[in-house]
Write a protein that binds this ligand. Structure first.
Ligand SMILES: [Zn+2]
Length: 260
């Protein structure tokens, strides 16, 4: 069961399959539709999509990106989200040497939530409560499972510290400057803080760095004015992924710089 190739294959398949579900959530949650029924349908002609056309990545390739019924083109976003989900699941596996570890559970939850929330935020400039509110207690429960399995309750304490680091400053910013920062951003970083612990600081650093660089670049290109908003959720997500996969290295780098 702990054969690394088997672990990698199971994670890739799981990630691709969940990527399909992510697409459903990205489309339906902002529209207030049920996640569970009906099954997948074409957004244009509303015809149900057969299971064999709905296989992640392959379905899109076999249909050459067109609906079998109405011929309307299917957004490249669908296979992109599926691919990203598979790749992120594999990356979590690689982080743990492709052997089953309970630590993977909160991390797999985090990459899934980040994918869904980022694309919804890009589309609608909103981080929906329907996703982020259940995600927070679920992440806490999974971290508690890790702490219990390892017999190390310090893990849970660091997770709560991460939640405070993630939630409090952005929550205050959202209260004081509601036009600049949304409460959804605060809930999202509280959530990533639960999973990342102290590494949430690294996540913030890269979120603000990439967010402000992107803002400056868009302004320089004349694509946005000083007052227009860009969604911050995707940058918080990007920062959280950097912190998840490179957090320890960044921490070592920092310790090296201050001479420990
Ligand atoms: Zn169609």
């Amino acid at each position: 069961m702990n054969n690394p190739y088997l672990v990698g294959a199971v994670l890739a398949v799981l990630g691709l399959a969940l990527g399909s579900f992510d697409n459903v959530a990205i489309y339906r949650v902002p529209r207030g539709l049920s996640l569970w029924s009906p099954g997948s349908f074409c957004p244009r002609c509303r015809r149900p999509i057969a299971w064999h056309d709905n296989v992640p990545l392959l379905g899109y390739l076999l249909l050459r990106g067109r609906c079998r019924n109405c011929g309307d083109s299917i957004s490249y976003r669908y296979p992109l989200v599926e691919f990203l989900s598979g790749a992120l699941f594999l990356a979590v596996g690689a982080k743990h040497g492709f052997s089953w570890k309970v630590e993977m559970l909160p991390e797999l939850l985090m990459v899934t939530v980040l994918l869904i929330v980022s694309f919804i935020d890009l589309d609608e400039q909103i981080i929906p409560n329907r996703i982020i509110l259940p995600a927070i207690p679920l992440a806490l429960a999974l971290v508690a499972l890790v702490a219990g399995t390892r017999g190390d309750w310090g893990i849970l304490l660091r997770s709560l510290a991460g939640a405070a680091i993630g939630g409090v400053p952005l929550g205050l910013l959202a209260l004081l400057f509601p036009r600049g920062m949304g409460m959804g951003d605060a809930k999202l970083s509280l959530f990533t803080g639960v999973v990342l612990g102290y590494h949430q600081l690294t996540g913030f650093f890269f979120a603000f760095l990439t967010g402000s660089l992107t803002g400056l670049a868009l302004m320089a290109l004349g694509k946005m004015g000083r007052k227009s908003r860009i969604p911050f959720g995707p940058f918080l997500s990007l920062g959280a992924l950097v912190a998840l996969f490179l957090g320890s290295q960044v921490w070592e780098l920092y310790r090296g710089m201050i001479g420990r």
